[in-house]
Design a protein around this ligand. Sequence first.
Ligand code: ADP
Ligand code: MG
Length: 336
Amino acid sequence: MKKNMPIILSAVILFLFLLGLRGGRPEPISRSAFLLNTFVSVTLYDTRDEAVLDHAMELCREYEAIFSRTLKTSELYALNHRAPDSVTVSLSDDMAALLQKSLYYCELSGGAFDITIEPVSSLWDFTSGAASLPDVDKLEQALTQVGYRALSLDGNTLTYHSPAFIDLGATAKGYIADRLKEYLVGAGVKSAIINLGGNVLCIGSRPDKSPFAVGLQKPFADRSETFAVLQADDQSVVTSGVYERHFILDGRNYHHILNPRTGYPYDNGLLSVTILSDASVDGDALSTVCFSLGLDKGMRLIDSMDGVYACMIDEDYRVYYSEGMEAYVKEGADGS
Ligand code: ADP
Ligand code: MG
């Protein structure tokens, strides 16, 4: 027994040393899954309570069951497949809240962002790997049904003034991230990262109180290749780009942010738009809104808003920051 004492002692000293390095903090715990049509992960830095992670993933499933465009049991599916004569529909609180936000951004963008893009977006296939364009006649026909003014929302009552079909792909992940954060904060979590397919929402800061570092991916490059690192403290970081859901045909890149006026992807010289904001639903909506508006109008919009910052990259890989954004950039494009 005595013979082992030095070994045991050194093991204890090493353990205490490592604990000291971590300031006595627990190891982070993390859970990932393929949900919401993307990779979802939640990492908790200040608790080891697996039940909290379980519930967070369960919440993702519950929200998917509301907002999914394709799940036949979802509330959104029911809306998009309702009887044509049902002009007013009563919505769940979550659906009403997200529709209200989304319609606000449709209006703010002057229709460049339009959640009634569904008949058009469902004609495009950016996920199967098949690089093919939609049928032109079908696209033309679908375009006649696009226009968010067909919808009006009063509390939980949605009224259709003409046929319309809804796609919440541009805002749902942000809304769901906010709801997960709400739950986690309520459960006592003070340091965590929620990542819904690159839609990142931080809770607080790192356990040592320094901000979280969120890498911004270089367009078309390997996921690990970043062009800048943002310092996010209790904030959301969301990017919309031309390189995530896309295909290349005849040397042209076709991506999933569509112009509601033409039915084709926006081709405005932008590769990506990143938004730093408090609420993730605003970041998610604004990343798509600003992409739709293009560099100049998008930057002007962000500069007119408080507490919201943008970083945009154009096709020459030039990086543009909105007013105040650089204060959050830890490592710039030049590696500084
Ligand atoms: P991601 O899905 O990568 O988070 P975005 O938040 O930018 O990307 O949302 C893109 C999605 O929004 C598309 O996949 C589609 O479902 C929907 N969409 C496409 N074009 C528009 C548009 N002009 N306005 C609103 N939603 C759009
Ligand atoms: Mg978005």
